[in-house]
Design a protein around this ligand. Structure first.
Ligand code: NAD
Length: 541
């Protein structure tokens, strides 16, 4: 596909590197990790051409080594937030009128930098700051971010080429204008790629962005800002502020020029943003676009025909990778009575081989959970299962925060399909199993549909084609990403556009054309080549 002098990239995903012992990439990332772990980095605010190092600072502590200080980030005040918004608005006209091919080439360059010279840096920052194993960092910070940056250019090109028909003496065209004000991107701790994408997708479509990353993703956010700068993104197009999320949000949401919110995070925070926008609606020039991908209570349903090993592997990978801190992580599991012993036995065997520790030690499948609040919340769910008559802990249940926030992979068995850990998002390495009577598998699907407020991801595992068709119908609105004979996590940009409905978000499918459409406000332009010169119509003769 060619347009003017710009060839859009191919729809191909970034290759995931192996990081085998003694491989070049392994040696490189180990070296970079050690350097970044000990360099005591100071992270500024990024406002226009200024990098501001505030006096008030917050420490960055790796979750797996929670007393170690690897650096600090700047805490902004109210004035900084106003400045960041005003600065973005001051560069808006220039960015908006920058040809789309040039915008695309900047983000393409950013993708190349991440895939190449910045790969080990962005992976190491994600391992240190967010406690991801090298594999989890690679598929997120390197590959998924590269995919977002590249493939969004393909989708942007498709959008721009979608035009109305032109007939007779009239020419019609749609001009895909960026939104008139600024976009506020608020991003979570758990995916470096989401941090980069939520600001870059809106900026790619010609918007200016105020980016507020999570306090627990600032190290890798800094690498992303370095990449954007080196790629040639003009100052001010994306300004980054860190600090009190309530204060920053209060100011952004009271600004008349707010045209959009691009949020990923928990459901309660998203609801609070939505109600604040509602309360402030008379302040704005636009109706702000509100895009939010939020929590999940993702299920695996094993049909009686399913292969037990496939089910237990989907539970282990889907439930415990990245310590269960993916919005798509499996956390409620439905298994048939006839296979329950076999599945649980397989689970015990697989989980007994899992070790937890620092991501710097490559043998670990799991590391620590993100911070103390999260650790304490997960522990309270584990203890509520220990104390309940409806549930028992059959695997794991141990935890220790003395050096890092470590929670061992935990499996709860419940007799109550509405037990608290079947309903609430825990965001940790805890899955709960409910055993159903084989003959009731159809009724149990109705329970799956009704149990939680969320509808993000779900998996149905079965060797029986008819049962798959039945599940697809019954669970039509239970998940925005529905997986058959697979785990419910691990969506790949361009292959499985991601998002859910109900309490899980606005389902605008990050990494697809649907999402990019939210960041434009099309103007229809009709040109008449032969305008009439008198008003009567023929029927009036
Ligand atoms: P979080 O809601 O605590 O924080 C998300 C962002 O909101 C952060 O930048 C945070 O600083 C900010 N924030 C927190 N409180 C705020 C407030 N009162 N006002 C304004 N901003 C506020 O979420 P998290 O712990 O960083 O991430 C985990 C959550 O994100 C989980 O619920 C998970 O399911 C969800 N998530 C969803 C998806 C998805 O695609 N559906 C993807 C990743 C994460």
């Amino acid at each position: 596909m060619k347009d003017l002098n710009f060839a859009v990239p191919q729809l191909i995903n970034e290759d995931v590197k192996d990081y085998r012992k003694n491989s070049d990439e392994r040696i490189e990332v180990e070296k970079t990790y050690d350097l970044m772990f000990n360099q005591n980095i100071k992270i500024p605010l990024y406002i226009g051409d200024e990098e501001i190092y505030t006096e008030e600072r917050k420490e960055i502590n790796p979750p797996h080594d929670n007393k170690k200080v690897v650096g600090s980030f700047s805490v902004c005040n109210e004035q900084h937030v106003h400045e960041a918004i005003n600065n973005s608005l001051s560069v808006k006209n220039e960015w908006t009128s920058t040809p789309w091919q040039k915008r695309a080439s900047i983000f393409l360059k950013a993708a190349e930098l991440i895939a190449g010279p910045y790969r080990s840096r962005i992976n190491a920052a994600t391992m240190i700051g967010q406690s991801k194993t090298i594999f989890q960092a690679e598929i997120d910070a390197a590959c998924e971010l590269v995919d977002f940056l590249k493939l969004n250019i393909v989708y942007m090109n498709e959008i721009y080429h979608e035009q109305p028909i032109t007939v007779g003496e009239v020419s019609n065209r749609l001009e895909y204008r960026p939104l008139e004000g600024f976009v506020y991107a608020i991003t979570p701790f758990n995916f470096t790629a989401i941090g980069g994408n939520l600001c870059a997708s809106a900026a790619l479509m010609g918007n200016v962005v105020l980016w507020k990353p999570s306090d627990h993703q600032v190290y890798s956010a800094k690498v992303i800002m370095d990449v954007f700068k080196e790629a040639g993104l003009p100052n001010g197009v994306i300004n980054l502020v860190t600090g009190d999320p309530v204060m920053i949000t209060e100011i952004a949401l009271k600004n008349k020029n707010l045209s959009g919110i691009h949020f990923t995070g928990s459901t309660d925070v998203f609801k609070s943003l939505w109600s604040k926008v509602g309360a402030n609606i008379n302040l704005y020039r636009d109706y702000p676009r509100i895009v939010g991908e939020t929590g999940g209570k993702d299920f695996i349903f094993s049909h009686p025909s399913a292969d037990s090993k496939i089910v237990s592997t989907a539970i282990v990978r889907g439930g415990f990778e990245y310590q269960g801190q993916k919005c798509s992580a499996a956390s409620r599991i439905y298994i048939p009575n006839s296979k329950s012993n076999e599945i649980i036995q397989n689970l015990k065997e697989q989980i007994s081989t899992i070790t937890l520790g620092s991501p710097r030690n490559f043998k670990h499948f799991m590391t620590a959970v993100i911070h103390e609040n999260s650790f304490d919340k997960i522990v309270s769910y584990i203890e509520s299962a220990r104390d309940s008559e409806d549930a028992k802990i059959i695997i794991g249940g141990d935890y220790d925060k003395s050096e890092g926030f470590f929670v061992s992979p935990t499996v709860i068995l419940t007799t109550n399909p509405n037990f608290i850990t079947m309903e609430k998002e825990i965001f940790g390495p805890v899955v709960t199993i409910f055993i159903y009577d084989d003959n009731n598998w159809k009724d149990t699907l109705k329970i799956v549909d009704n149990t939680s407020i969320y509808a993000l991801t779900g998996a149905f595992i079965s060797q029986d084609k008819d049962s798959i068709d039945y599940a697809l119908k019954t669970l039509r609105y239970s998940a925005g990403n529905f997986y058959i004979n697979d785990k419910p996590s691990g969506a790949v940009v361009g292959q499985q556009p991601f998002g859910g409905s109900r309490g899980s978000g606005t389902n605008d499918k990050a990494g697809s054309k649907l999402n990019l459409l939210r960041w434009v406000s099309p103007r229809l332009i009709k040109e008449n080549f032969n305008p009439p010169t008198d008003y009567p119509y023929p029927y009036m003769e």
